[in-house]
Ligand binder design. Sequence first.
Ligand code: SF4
Length: 469
Amino acid sequence: MSKHPLQFLEIPRRGPEKEPPEVRIQHYSEIYGSYDGADAASQAGRCLSCGNPYCEWKCPVHNYIPDWLRLIEEGKLFQAAELSHQTNSLPEICGRVCPQDRLCEGACTLNDGLGAVSIGNIERYITDEAFKLGWRPDMSNVIDSGREVGIIGAGPAGLAAADVLARNGVRSVVFDSYPEIGGLLTFGIPPFKLDKEVVRRRRQIMEGMGIRFELNTKIGEDKSFESMLDEFDAVFLGMGTYSSVTGGFPGEDLAGVHEALPYLVSSINREIRPNGPGEADIDLRGKNVVVLGGGDTGMDCNRTAIRQGAASVTCAYRRDEVNMPGSRREVANSKEEGVVFLFNQQPLEILGGDHVTGVKLIETELGEPGSDGRRRPEPVEGSEHVVPADAVIVAFGFRPNPPAWFADSGIATLQNGRVRVDSIGEFPYQTTNPKVFAGGDMVRGSDLVVTAVFEGREAAEGIARFLAV
Ligand code: SF4
């Protein structure tokens, strides 16, 4: 049946059901429901096939979006899943956590007033549903090259590299110091955005593709990097960025001030640990919490604190709402759940004696653009004021923390700690040690899951070329 040319007008954009805030803040489960086949087909059918798929170009992995939308409209789920996996190693995860409003959906022609095609939800539906119905990546044409690559880090970049290598007939063993795969997907992103079962299912799929995981293994401690170089034909580094960026103002070391990542890890551990809460957990029940930072990590902290039963959660950000780096969807979800935002407010100091009592902020106005092209916040003299707080979470982002063995192995880093790679040479993402490749946050700096997936995939193509497979 051919579609009606004005379907995008007759059928409004409609996402899957979302739980009301008063219900969802009582638990840590995902807040969105799923499309059924009919909803997915009718929403996919809203695509204009405009001939200028800006959505594809704005998508960091350049998904074949209009093509898989058409397949879903035609009910060809398995074909859509196969096509979706040609460009994205973790489509069900990107469909959940990408800031689509800034990426594919932001570039959709219909975004101009009519409501963008619900690309992220359909991408998620394709893989969730296909897996449920038994679809698995088709590896029947893959010829084993006999080559093997060691991958350090089971986060998005490492998983994507392993996926592309497997499809090129290269075996891989993925090492990670955590007890489960996923990196920040498992231990950083809260379960109300990404159910941990989704990551566990991806692990089963990847193991079914022949990828091996060696978890609870820290390279440099449990296993030496030299042994990796001896055992494998090449090594990929996808170790992410785990050191917190600090604000550099007084009071950051006071009791009651927490870095974002340990806070999120502690909260997730509480949820997934079989024996319940542990002593080291950070529990903000009953506290007046101030979150500093306007990125997605800040939004995750906001919404976690709300679920822990904080008395109040205030999020301060030094630019205005339009210039927030966080996804619009996550800002909106935070507001719905009761977070109060203070825009154009820059922290000067965290106050307290034995324990934090408040945060001194100063109002800002946006001035001229800085070297990054973004307008710089400039303090307004005399506008200092104090917001009382019993707990403060600093969420200013992450930076790389290169291990000592990099230098011993000839792996050069830039001044900011990022690994130096050649992204356009003969072997993309090759480091200064020719046998070692790197990608994701440790190369580009802390960024999105989907950009790490892209770099892991590109690096794997470079490795395959290096190994001449
Ligand atoms: Fe959009 Fe992200 Fe999916 Fe690309 S990977 S289509 S940006 S949701």
